[in-house]
Structures are given as structure tokens and as C-alpha cells.
Ligand binder design. Structure first.
Ligand SMILES: NC(=O)c1ccc[n+]([C@@H]2O[C@H](COP(=O)([O-])OP(=O)(O)OC[C@H]3O[C@@H](n4cnc5c(N)ncnc54)[C@H](O)[C@@H]3O)[C@@H](O)[C@H]2O)c1
Length: 253
């Protein structure tokens, strides 16, 4: 098992990519600390972690509340005795043309997709620096690497996640803490499906842009995160790893 004896924290773990990754970490031998706004979903993830024979420390927590987020990280260290892997994953979409983007919505997306990811990585990083090592994975997006019309807040915040991961990576590289971003493509989750409800035809149009001609499964993103979390990735830091079925590589051809 690739994460035997490790403690891994994941935000937004009640569903989608966060849940799939918490379960993949547990399957590889990690005890997990998971938080989310969704209490019921969180409980289901915790039960599934238990069925894999690992411990789950759960906390209903709004990650945009930085005090609560730091509290969750501090309590994880106490309850599970350490923190080796941290995944700042909770995020939201936000799609409106730039000229119409509402100020409160903009601030909401920045708070969750960018500020909460930074404050989580900072708090986890402080602990890891003190203990002499660790692996941080921040969930960005292929939209953090390429612009997309109508997605000003999403693209901007996800690009910030890629860049903050790289800056933290170089600042902490000599002290044993690796920081990487994972950049999923169109992944089949509640978040992705909710954005397509208004226009069912948009799913077909989006899939047609993907070289593999299909959506990415959350479990495929989770497997990339297991690699980044594990000692197999001991020289991998500052990477923006796409898991997008070829979308970013496609260019305009
Ligand atoms: N699904 C995709 O196509 C896709 C593509 C690229 C990147 N991503 C990114 O992956 C991450 C996970 O997305 P997903 O598709 O699994 O979404 P999802 O909606 O299935 O899961 C997100 C989880 O985050 C939780 N959450 C939302 N706001 C929160 C808050 N303030 N505090 C705590 N928890 C909160 C939700 O309750 C939910 O359980 C996000 O950062 C998203 O931007 C998703």
C-alpha cells in the first residue's frame, strides 16, 4: 500500500472528486480527515472509509471560514496524530460574462476557490514544515491553464491555485514539503452535472472537445492524487498535473 500509516486531509469530501480521493487514500492505507458542508454526504464517505478498515475524522466545516478551517487542521493533527497529506479540494463554478459578473458572486468564488485553498495549504504546510515533510495537493482545473469564455471567476481562481502551488513548492522544496496542483478536465460529478442542467445539449458539445471523447471519472483524478501524495512522487513538486482525457493538449486543431 502506497500511503500506509499516513494521515491525509481532504476538503469537500462529501461528494465527487474529494470523496473519490479520500476513499483512494484510505484504500492505500491512510487514515483520513474529511470536511464538507454536507453532513449526510460526509457521513457516507466516513462509513465507506471505515469499510476499508481505516479511521475517518469528520468535521462539518465551511472552508471559507478560515478560523474553522485552521481548527479542522489543528484538530486533525491532534486526533489522528499528524498530517502527511493535504488536499484543498472544495470548489465551485461561476459562469457569467465578465461584464455581467456580480460583485458578490465574484467574491464568493474567490473566497472558496482561491482564499480557502491558500489558507488550508498554509496551515497544513506550517505543520508539515515543522514535522519535516509532507505532500499538498490543491485542486485547480484545466480551466486554470486555458481561458474559457464565460468563466472569468473560475478560470482566474483556478489559475491562482496553479500559481500559488508553484510558489509554495519552490519556497518549501528544500524543507521536504511538496506542493502540486491537480487539474481535472470535465469530470462526472454533481458540480459538473449541475452546470449542464440548463442546456442538456451542452454535455455533448463539451465531450466532443475531449480527445478521448468522454468525461473523466472522479476515481481517475483520485488515482493521480494518490501518486502525488505518495513517496513515488518524491521528486515531483510544482507540477500542474492535468487529468483531462487530453483536453489541454488538444490546442485548437
Ligand atoms: N467536476 C469537474 O468537471 C471539475 C473539473 C475541474 C476541476 N474541478 C474541481 O474539483 C473540485 C471538486 O469538484 P467536484 O466536481 O468533485 O464537485 P462536487 O460538487 O461533486 O463536490 C464538491 C464538494 O465541496 C463541498 N463544498 C462546497 N463548498 C464548500 C465549503 N464552503 N466548505 C466545505 N465544503 C464545500 C460540496 O458540499 C461538495 O461536497 C472543485 O475544486 C472543482 O472546481 C472539477
Amino acid at each position: 500500500m502506497r500511503l500506509e500509516g499516513k494521515i491525509a486531509g481532504v476538503t469537500g469530501a462529501a461528494a465527487g472528486i474529494g470523496r473519490a480521493t479520500a476513499l483512494a487514500f484510505a484504500r492505500e492505507g491512510a487514515d483520513v480527515a474529511i470536511c464538507d458542508l454536507d453532513e449526510e454526504g460526509l457521513r457516507e464517505t466516513a462509513v465507506a472509509v471505515g469499510e476499508l478498515g481505516r479511521r475517518a475524522f469528520t468535521r462539518v466545516c465551511d472552508v471559507t471560514d478560515s478560523l474553522a478551517l485552521r481548527g479542522f487542521i489543528g484538530d486533525t493533527v491532534t486526533e489522528l496524530v499528524g498530517l502527511d497529506v493535504w488536499m484543498g479540494n472544495a470548489g465551485m463554478s461561476g459562469s457569467d460574462p465578465a461584464e455581467e459578473f456580480a460583485e458578490d458572486r465574484w467574491r464568493q468564488v474567490v473566497e472558496l476557490n482561491q482564499n480557502a485553498v491558500f489558507f488550508g495549504a498554509q496551515a497544513a504546510g506550517r505543520h508539515m514544515l515543522a514535522q519535516g515533510g509532507g505532500s499538498i495537493i490543491n485542486t485547480a482545473s484545466m480551466y486554470g491553464l486555458r481561458s474559457a469564455a464565460g468563466r472569468i471567476a473560475y478560470c482566474t481562481t483556478k489559475a491562482a491555485v496553479v500559481m500559488m502551488s508553484q510558489v509554495m513548492a519552490i519556497e518549501w522544496a528544500s524543507r521536504g514539503v511538496r506542493v502540486n496542483a491537480v487539474c481535472p478536465g470535465y469530470a462526472d460529478t454533481g458540480l459538473f452535472r449541475s452546470g449542464r442542467r440548463i442546456d442538456p445539449g451542452s454535455l455533448e458539445r463539451l465531450v466532443a472537445e475531449v480527445p478521448m471523447g468522454r468525461l473523466v471519472q472522479p476515481e481517475e483524478v483520485a488515482e493521480a492524487c494518490v501518486f502525488l501524495a505518495s513517496d513515488e512522487a518524491s521528486a515531483v513538486t510544482g507540477l500542474a498535473m492535468t487529468v483531462d482525457a487530453g483536453w489541454t493538449a488538444r490546442g485548437s486543431g
